[in-house]
Ligand binder design. Structure first.
Ligand SMILES: [Zn+2]
Length: 84
């Protein structure tokens, strides 16, 4: 069983659609029994959706986007699909 920090790393890869089926099963298994990771998962998923949507529309002020990026830079902006 993976630990929490391991799971959170996988989580980011999952949100980027980079996770293999096998790792996905482990991730799901851990989430099922770990409320902390469940909450982190939901938070990250929502945040990522917000940023994705915002980067396609212009409805979110650039200043806010920048703050989100600064707070969570490595997690959500490090893969390059947020740059434009
Ligand atoms: Zn956990």
């Amino acid at each position: 069983m993976a630990d929490c920090s391991e799971t959170l790393k996988e989580l980011n890869r999952f949100l980027d659609d980079e996770l293999e089926q096998e790792s996905l099963a482990e991730l799901t298994a851990h989430l099922t029994g770990c409320v902390d990771c469940q909450q982190a998962f939901e938070f990250h998923a929502e945040l990522k959706q917000l940023v994705r949507r915002a980067s396609h529309e212009d409805s979110v002020p650039p200043a806010l986007l920048k703050r989100i990026e600064e707070c969570f830079g490595d997690d959500i902006a490090g893969d390059g699909d947020f740059a434009n």
